[in-house]
Write a protein of this length. Structure first.
Length: 75
């Protein structure tokens, strides 16, 4: 069995919600990820953004690593 590598940003993480995004922060308050969302369907489609619920699921369930790719509307 392979040893699991040490997490680059160990938990606990917190999620701070703003009007346009969720900010995932590490235990020291460093911002690890910004997950943007839009609730209005027309604007969301034009900007290719997530819904608030989709953004919450990503922010709450992902172990963040700077080398990790997150879903992106522009990829």
């Amino acid at each position: 069995m392979t040893d699991k590598p040490e997490a680059r940003f160990p938990p606990p993480w917190t999620v701070e919600e703003t009007d346009a995004c969720l900010i995932v922060k590490d235990h020291a308050g460093m911002s690890l990820a910004y997950v943007y969302f839009e609730e209005e369907p027309g604007r969301r489609a034009a900007a290719k953004l997530l819904t608030r619920d989709e953004a919450r699921r990503i922010a709450a369930n992902k172990p963040f690593d700077l080398g990790q790719s997150l879903p992106c509307a522009f990829s």
